[in-house]
Design a protein around this ligand. Structure first.
Ligand SMILES: Cc1cc2nc3c(=O)[nH]c(=O)nc-3n(C[C@H](O)[C@H](O)[C@H](O)COP(=O)(O)OP(=O)(O)OC[C@H]3O[C@@H](n4cnc5c(N)ncnc54)[C@H](O)[C@@H]3O)c2cc1C
Length: 287
């Protein structure tokens, strides 16, 4: 029978996780469901809830530091209207229902490694860096490359995610999600776009898409395509751009059929959302 272990410090948590068959637990919104499905039943649970230093958001010289135990509610409260961080507030506001947003954490969202996790594309588009701590020290890794497959990340045994660092950005970002309904829906496709531009040309652009492959991913071909474009000045040119985005995205994503949607529907939605967000950002930046 599995036990619940409750560390009082990060060091103690790492020690507990480095030995035995154990799993970390933050808000338990995913872990509980996993256990209902029979996963982790043989593992002791290391609950991180006493580690108050892992909750909350700070502004430091190198950017925003978000504790891994920070809830979606707090993320929405702090980042709403805060430049490019508003995209993270938007993603947080669209996770589950009020109970999940009150309890679920950003760290749990990343470590669950669902291809549909809503905050992950935004973190990818904003070049977030993850701080991972173990008994032997600390390492910082980019979120781009950290997700390895459904339910799999590059975290090592005995490590915990302590915080997420997002560098300050001068551009703007947007997040959009399409699910089966407007609320309480897992994403069929979610997209985050970050853009900086000057004199009608894009100077920096990142696009990240969720639910379109085994992990959320960057759309590098589409980013490359858009960097060669000047802002379209007619509906015909926007239409041509739409067609080119559809071609470039075919190189970037390969969504599958599942109970929520077909792969071809997902691809069409992704084409439309990327165009929509890029257009909104391009036009917003023009003003
Ligand atoms: C009804 C319902 C609706 C949902 N809707 C959405 C949705 O719309 N969008 C969405 O993205 N998700 C959704 N989820 C999934 C889930 O709520 C989120 O992924 C949430 O962020 C998980 O966070 P948690 O703190 O509860 O993680 P937990 O369940 O506690 O942990 C999840 C995993 O992360 C690991 N982990 C957690 N924190 C750490 C850490 N600091 N260091 C190392 N490992 C850690 C745990 O070991 C576990 O493997 C939904 C879940 C439910 C039950």
């Amino acid at each position: 029978m599995s036990q619940m272990l409750i560390p009082n410090t990060v060091t103690e948590a790492c020690q507990m996780l480095s030995s035995g068959n154990r799993v970390a637990c933050a808000g338990a919104t995913n872990l509980y469901v996993d256990r209902e499905k029979g996963k982790y039943l043989d593992r002791d649970i290391v609950s991180l809830h006493r580690l108050k230093e892992l909750s909350g958001i700070r502004e430091e010289k190198d950017g925003w530091h978000i504790g891994s135990l920070t809830t979606f509610d707090l993320i929405e409260d702090v980042f709403r209207g805060q430049g490019s961080m508003d995209a993270l507030a938007e993603a947080a506001s669209l996770v589950g229902g009020p109970q999940i947003r009150n309890r679920g954490t950003i760290g749990g969202n990343i470590l669950s490694a669902s291809p549909a996790a809503d905050t992950v594309p935004v973190l990818m588009a904003l070049d977030a860096v993850l701080v991972l701590v173990s008994e032997t020290g600390q390492r910082m890794v980019s979120i781009n490359g950290f997700m390895k497959g459904p339910g799999r990340t590059a975290i090592h045994q005995g490590e915990i995610l302590t915080e997420i660092v997002i560098p300050f950005k001068t551009g703007a970002a947007r997040f959009r999600k399409v699910g089966k309904r407007n609320a309480l829906a897992i994403s069929i496709i979610n997209v985050a776009v970050y853009m900086e531009k000057e004199a009608g040309r894009i100077t920096a652009l990142t696009i990240a898409i969720g639910s379109a492959g085994p992990t959320a991913l960057r759309a590098f071909h589409t980013e490359e395509l858009l960097r060669t474009w000047k802002r379209p000045d007619s509906e015909e040119k926007w239409q041509s751009l739409h067609e080119e985005i559809a071609i470039a995205l075919s190189e970037d994503i390969s969504p599958i059929d599942d109970i929520r949607a077909t792969g071809s529907y997902r691809k069409t939605v992704a084409d439309n959302l990327v165009l929509q967000l890029v257009r909104e950002l391009w036009e917003a930046c023009e003003k």
